[in-house]
Write a protein that binds this ligand. Structure first.
Ligand SMILES: [Fe+2]
Ligand SMILES: [Fe+2]
Length: 167
């Protein structure tokens, strides 16, 4: 790997994190009634997304869709089998309850993502169309529901009305 390929990977990671960090900062500014600042954070966040996508494309990180789904399955599977179990154990060992819950919620949602991607890949391989459906995502734990939001999130108990529809 050339130094520039390494730099693209590192810039992609940094810009991706900056995007999420700025969106969280924007939300906080809104909660504090500072809408002007909130918007500045969203403007910067959107630019960081453009940079992250440019870097990813230029490191050949975006392939054809079937291959991208394979990459997604590999990522989710690694998080489920390797990353989160170790992180959960360590959080328990260190008595960090908040981190443990954060990891537990994530691993349970990653399993749903893994299944969604596996089902989509199976359809593509069978030359079938993956039909567009309605989806709702829990704003607390990330749980995705198809067709309709559940009365209460099966992972964290959040109420139906708070789920966000993915457009
Ligand atoms: Fe995931
Ligand atoms: Fe949830």
């Amino acid at each position: 790997m050339s130094k520039t390929s390494e730099n693209l990977a590192s810039a992609f990671a940094g810009e991706s994190q900056a995007n999420r960090r700025y969106l969280a900062f924007s939300q906080k500014a809104s909660e504090q009634g500072m809408e002007g600042v909130a918007k500045i954070f969203r403007v910067a966040a959107e630019g960081e997304t453009v940079h992250a996508h440019n870097h990813l494309r230029n490191m050949a990180g975006v392939k054809e869709t079937a291959e991208n789904i394979n990459a997604a399955i590999a990522g989710e599977t690694w998080e489920i089998d390797e990353m989160y179990p170790g992180f959960i154990n360590k959080a328990q060992e260190e008595g960090d309850k908040k981190a443990e819950i954060s990891f537990q919620w994530a691993i349970r949602v990653e399993k749903v993502h893994q299944e969604m991607f596996q089902a989509a890949l199976a359809k593509i391989k069978a030359d079938e169309t993956v039909k567009e459906a309605k989806y709702f995502v829990c704003p607390v734990c990330g749980y995705p529901a198809k067709d309709e939001a559940p009365d209460f999130c099966p992972i964290c108990g959040t109420k139906k009305e708070l789920f966000n529809e993915v457009l």
